[in-house]
Structure formats: structure tokens, C-alpha cells
Design a protein around this ligand. Structure first.
Ligand SMILES: [Zn+2]
Ligand SMILES: [Zn+2]
Length: 425
């Protein structure tokens, strides 16, 4: 049997057995994940009992009904396989697969896409017409996003294997691209293409909701030559990380900016971000703004000639925007040069296949309050759940089937438009 980490309900995860992954179509591959990232969005259902509040919100029209087509009519209804960021080793390929071989190390994008339909050909792989039944086809989101399961598992099946997995270029540290399936790619699209059009431009990151995306965006902006990178966040630990990346931690926006990253995942943060734009500036909002009728200051945007970008990220083809159109791995090469984003742990510790190594890696990551949380090492699987403060809540020395309890954090006191906890990813 194959073990896979399942979300049961808020505060509760468990290892569940499932049928072994196998080639079901000649275009499939089966992969063994050995480094996995925890998306910012995963923390929401794990730590907060949002399901009932979201059901109620949809029922009374306070939450946009499209949320139900992504999270299900009963949002976050367990059990479902969780996790949608990983680096994996290819262990089997179907007879029609020509570009991938067993043993290759790949990033698997969170969205399941075919690569040949019209949306895929135009780069909108998260809107693939072949795989998308409702709004999104993806790993780790539950049944509403398809039958794909989660990535925190011994193995899993990847369809369209000549298109989907992105080989990690030689020399790129694997831990550095653990979140490239989603959060790292999301941060990349916020700052790198806009900076290419605004060389040396100023960047503001409003962080704290989409925690890792905001930090990655700050680091990438510095690495890509932004003239100024200001980072705003209530959390001192994240401000320290942003400063270690070369950004300037500030308490509030300081003037106007060419590029703004809205990562508070709140309506008020979105308005603040838009009002901080310089003439001709672009704001990318990476949160979920689930309320119906979120207020946006359109007249202010008119007056400043502002652009607002909002939407799911398309991790797989981001390489096309990096100036290396011929290389599907362009984005990963890009991260290779962002040394400040490296998690400072020797790769051998993870590859050695012992739980002690996984534990030391997780410990290091948690101490740094960085973003990667799940590790699968060789055929053994280790995982942890972190609290919002970054403290490790659970790490089994010897994973066994059974339930795992994660203490609930204190309830937040949300207000009006921001009634649903900040989330993203
Ligand atoms: Zn497609
Ligand atoms: Zn995500």
C-alpha cells in the first residue's frame, strides 16, 4: 500500500493507506516525492475550523459562490490527501512518454494540465480545458479539484508526463525549489515580469497573510535589481527574514511604488496596496478575497493609471517569462541565482533516507520560520504541522497509520469584509 497524509478536519491529520500509484495511461508517470513544501493556504484548514463559517457565508451570499467550486460545497471536508508542492524522483513512465526518464528529479506543479489545449498553449495551465471540471484541477485540494490526491505520499501518479513535471536543472539545490510548485512561482510572477518592464523600479510587499509568498517576493525583488524593496508585516520574525533577503522592513508604505505585492490576503490590504501605487504601477494580489462585492478604489486606480492583477498562478510555464522561452526549466534556473532564498541545510541530510535527517531539516526550517514543512525521505515519510508562530507541533519518529492532533491556535477576531481568515495559494 501507499501511505498518504490526509486532512481529516481542522486540527487533525492522519496517514492513510491507499492503492499503490501505477501507470494508468501511456502518458503517465509515477513519482516519489522526497521534499515537499507546505503552501500558505494549507495552514488555513489545518489550524482554523473555517468550514462551517464558509458554508454559512456561501448560504447567505457573503462569500462568492465560486469558492464552492474550488473548496467544495462543504469547504475543506475531510478526508482528503493534502499537500501540493514537491520535488520528486520519477520512478515509472508510461510507454508514450518520451522526454522524462526514471531517476530524473522534477518539480510537480500543483495544477494538473495537459499542455496542448488552448488555455495551456497560451500559458494558462491552471485553467486547462482538458483536466478542469469546475474551477481548478489540482493536487491536494480535495475532490472538488479532481481525483489527484495530495503530494505528501510515498508515490503519486502524474498525468501528461511529457508536459507536467519540470526537470530540476543540474546544480540547483533541491530544497531551494521545494515551493516552486506553487508559492515560489506565485511570488515570481508578482515581481520578476513587472521589474523587467520597470528596470530598477521600487517594490512594496504587504506581507503576513500569504506568509511565504510575501517573503519570496521580497527576496526575488532584491535579487532582480529593484531600486527599493519595502516589506510591511506585523510579525517581527518575518520582518527579520525579509531584511536578511536585503529588503527594508517598514511599518507602513513609504511613498508610492512601481510594483506592489498584496500578500495580506485581506480586502483592506488590497485597498492599501492599490493606493500605494505610483503612476503606471502594477499591483499583484496573491490572496483569496472571498467576500462578494469586495470594494476596490477604482477612481483612485483611474487617477494613477494603475493595473491590478489577480488570479491563480500558472507555475508550469513561468519559465517562458524569464527570457528563456525555450526552456521549461527557466524559472528554476532563475531561483538558482537567488542565493538568499536558500534553506541552509545540506542536501545529503534529506537524501539519506533517515528520519533523523528529516527531523533535523524540519527543525532547522521551523527555527528559521521558513515555509517548507513536509519532508518525505526515501520510502519513509515524516511530516510536521506548524503553528502560526512557527513552532513544530508534531513530528513522528516512526510514522504509523493513525490520527495526529494539532492544537488549535487562538481564534482571531475577524471584522466585516475580512471575516474569513487570510489565506492564499
Ligand atoms: Zn490543457
Ligand atoms: Zn497553494
Amino acid at each position: 500500500m501507499t501511505r498518504a497524509l490526509h486532512f481529516l478536519r481542522s486540527g487533525r491529520l492522519a496517514w492513510r493507506d491507499r492503492e499503490p500509484s501505477r501507470i494508468e495511461d501511456e502518458r503517465d508517470a509515477v513519482v516519489r516525492p522526497f521534499v515537499a513544501g507546505r503552501c500558505d493556504g494549507d495552514t488555513v484548514p489545518i489550524h482554523r475550523p473555517v468550514s462551517r463559517a464558509m458554508q454559512l457565508g456561501m448560504a447567505i451570499g457573503a462569500i462568492d459562490p465560486v469558492v464552492g467550486s474550488i473548496c467544495g460545497s462543504v469547504p475543506f471536508k475531510g478526508p482528503f490527501g493534502i499537500g501540493h508542492e514537491c520535488v520528486a524522483e520519477v520512478v515509472a513512465v508510461g510507454s508514450a512518454v518520451t522526454t522524462l526518464h526514471v531517476g530524473q528529479r522534477v518539480v510537480v506543479p500543483r495544477a494538473v494540465s495537459c499542455g496542448s489545449c488552448a488555455p495551456c498553449r497560451s500559458g494558462l495551465t491552471s485553467k486547462c480545458a482538458t483536466t478542469t471540471r469546475a474551477t481548478l484541477a489540482a493536487f491536494g485540494f480535495g475532490a472538488a479539484c479532481g481525483p489527484w490526491g495530495g503530494m505528501v505520499a510515498d508515490t503519486f501518479r502524474v498525468p501528461f508526463a511529457d508536459h507536467m513535471p519540470v526537470p530540476v536543472p543540474a546544480g540547483v539545490p533541491l530544497l531551494r525549489v521545494a515551493a516552486a510548485s506553487d508559492n515560489l512561482a506565485d511570488a515570481w510572477r508578482c515581481v520578476v515580469p513587472p521589474l523587467a518592464e520597470r528596470e530598477g523600479g521600487s517594490v512594496l510587499v504587504l506581507g503576513g497573510g500569504a506568509k511565504s509568498i510575501g517573503l519570496y517576493a521580497a527576496g526575488l525583488a532584491v535579487a532582480h535589481g529593484a531600486g527599493q524593496v519595502d516589506y510591511v508585516d506585523d510579525d517581527a520574525g518575518r520582518r527579520d527574514i525579509a531584511e536578511s533577503f536585503g529588503a527594508r522592513a517598514v511599518t507602513r508604505p513609504d511613498g508610492r511604488y512601481d510594483i506592489v505585492v498584496e500578500a495580506t490576503s485581506s480586502a483592506s490590504g488590497l485597498r492599501r496596496a492599490l493606493r500605494a501605487l505610483a503612476p503606471g504601477g502594477v499591483c499583484t494580489a496573491v490572496g483569496y478575497y472571498v467576500a462578494t462585492g469586495t470594494r476596490v478604489p477604482l477612481m483612485h486606480m483611474y487617477a494613477t493609471d494603475a493595473t491590478l492583477r489577480v488570479g491563480v498562478s500558472h507555475a508550469q510555464p513561468l519559465g517562458h517569462h524569464s527570457g528563456r522561452a525555450a526552456s521549461r526549466s527557466g524559472m528554476l534556473h532563475d531561483f538558482h541565482v537567488v542565493s538568499s532564498l536558500e534553506v541552509q541545510v545540506p542536501e545529503a541530510e534529506v537524501g539519506s533516507g533517515c528520519e533523523d535527517a528529516a527531523m533535523s531539516w524540519l527543525g532547522a526550517v521551523v527555527r528559521r520560520r521558513m515555509v517548507t514543512t513536509y519532508v518525505t525521505a526515501a520510502s519513509r515519510v515524516a511530516a510536521t504541522v506548524t503553528s502560526p508562530s512557527g513552532r513544530a507541533l508534531w513530528l513522528p519518529p516512526r510514522p504509523t497509520r493513525g490520527a495526529v492532533r494539532a492544537p488549535r491556535p487562538k481564534r482571531a477576531s475577524p471584522s466585516s469584509e475580512d471575516a474569513v481568515p487570510a489565506m492564499s495559494g
